[in-house]
Ligand binder design. Structure first.
Ligand SMILES: Nc1ncnc2c1ncn2[C@@H]1O[C@H](COP(=O)(O)OP(=O)(O)OP(=O)(O)O)[C@@H](O)[C@H]1O
Ligand SMILES: [Mg+2]
Length: 237
């Protein structure tokens, strides 16, 4: 891949809490090996905790750590809406009388896309999470048009969730660039499940992430954790 060409991926998941952030961070590190201006973006986050003495969102701290473009140091550049309560973003925004301005979310992405040569956009929750203005996160994926990477959280039910998500991605004319199997917990017949998914998904498996020890799995993710995960996955060809 030539380094003067823009590249980017939209990372979605079979559900919330399946490993989109850890995969996004690892992909950013892999991109840093080829590109000098790499950044993460997320259109909205919900939930803050005290990190390094400040109220921050864990996903954004991870995305900042894994980015090498200076714009990532200012959180407002990598996410226009940081909501405090961890719940469905449109509902938290309603409670706080905040309007999630869809154009602002798109413009935040476009600004970064112009300044950088590689971008990873982490989706919100699963593929279709409501925003305001009759938009949802799938509209956002479609409007930015990046190839999609699906993180499958390996647990009972994930085949159904993966297939429904992929149907929804493809129905919007988006490209599925690949998928990642993330071992979020113990699962019966996990190898067979991954094998079935390989047969059913017409996009490459980019890697299988093992269950991580609590130190590596703790959030916000350290660079060491993201480097570990980067060893298990690869960028789409
Ligand atoms: N391979 C793994 N091994 C152990 N724990 C994991 C693994 N992947 C993710 N987790 C744990 O699962 C939780 C969710 O991971 P992560 O935050 O990356 O998911 P997400 O899809 O980005 O969630 P959200 O929808 O909140 O953005 C975290 O607490 C993390 O520690
Ligand atoms: Mg996340």
């Amino acid at each position: 891949m030539p380094s003067n060409q823009n590249i980017g991926f939209f990372v979605t998941g079979t559900d919330t809490e399946v490993g989109k952030t850890i995969v996004s961070g690892a992909l950013l590190l892999l991109l840093q090996k080829k590109y000098s201006q790499v950044i993460g973006y997320k259109p909205v986050v919900a939930g803050v905790t005290i990190i390094d003495g400040q109220l921050q969102n864990e996903d954004l701290v991870t995305l900042t750590r894994a980015s090498n473009h200076p714009a990532a140091k200012d959180i407002t550049n990598i996410c226009p809406y940081v909501l405090e309560v961890p719940s469905a973003p449109h509902l938290v925004a309603d409670k706080n009388q905040i309007e999630l301005d869809y154009t602002k979310m798109l413009n935040g992405f476009r600004n970064l896309e112009k300044q950088t040569d590689a971008i990873i956009v982490e989706g919100v929750g699963g593929f279709r999470v409501p925003f305001h203005q009759n938009k949802d996160s799938a509209d956002f994926a479609k409007d930015i048009g990046l190839p999609v990477i699906l993180v499958v959280g390996m647990r009972l039910g994930c085949i159904n969730h993966a297939l429904l998500t992929i149907e929804s991605v493809l129905n919007r004319g988006l490209i599925l660039a690949g998928w990642v199997a993330n071992t979020i917990g113990p699962m019966n017949l996990i190898d067979e499940n991954i094998q079935s998914l390989r047969q059913l998904i017409k996009a490459p498996l980019l890697g299988t992430i093992p269950h991580l020890n609590p130190e590596l799995a703790s959030t916000p993710y350290t660079l060491k954790a993201l480097e570990t995960v980067a060893n298990y996955i690869h960028l789409p060809e």
